[in-house]
Design a protein around this ligand. Structure first.
Ligand code: ADP
Ligand code: MG
Length: 146
């Protein structure tokens, strides 16, 4: 599915609809460069999951956690990860992904280590405030667009 947004708030609204449909075990992997809107989209996911609107860039922390009553959102930034050793040193393999949701920026850097059912979200800058967002969800989120 592909949609165009014309402002950060439209991107957040779109992501909110997806966030409301996420469940334990989901892995969102972003593709798209600096300033595309990956962190903005994640803010919408967190709102849709009922986790509030406090999402900020995890660039320096590598991962930020937003805890819910049942499900936690792990928001990773893999910008600096370039090898399996790097990834291992982050503790990535020890996170309980089956019981929670993860959203990964710069997922290109860990493409070999993503699960088969990964939901890819590609964000392309097509104008100053325009973003093309492509969601490869295998039809799961069709209800969000009715
Ligand atoms: P990334 O995490 O991909 O580096 P951010 O979400 O941190 O990107 O930043 C996106 C930037 O683009 C923000 O400054 C935001 O205000 C701007 N922006 C402009 N239009 C949009 C849009 N339609 N959707 C998302 N962000 C947008
Ligand atoms: Mg970011």
């Amino acid at each position: 599915m592909k949609i165009i947004t014309h402002s950060p708030s439209e991107t957040i609204k779109t992501a909110e609809k997806i966030g409301a449909l996420l469940r334990a075990g989901d892995m969102i992997a972003y593709k798209g460069g600096l300033g595309a809107g990956k962190t903005t989209f994640t803010r919408g996911l967190a709102i849709g999951m009922g986790l509030g609107d406090s999402v900020t860039s995890p660039t320096f922390a590598l991962v930020n956690e937003y805890r819910g009553d049942r499900i936690t959102l792990y928001h990773f930034d893999m910008y600096r990860i370039s090898s399996e050793e790097d990834l291992e040193s982050t503790g990535f393999y020890d996170y309980p992904f089956e019981d929670n949701v993860a959203a990964v920026e710069w997922s290109e850097n860990i493409s070999d280590f993503l699960p088969e059912e990964t939901i890819f979200v590609t964000i392309n800058c097509v104008g100053e405030n325009d973003r093309e967002i492509i969601i490869e969800d295998g039809g799961r989120f069709a209800a969000a667009w009715d």
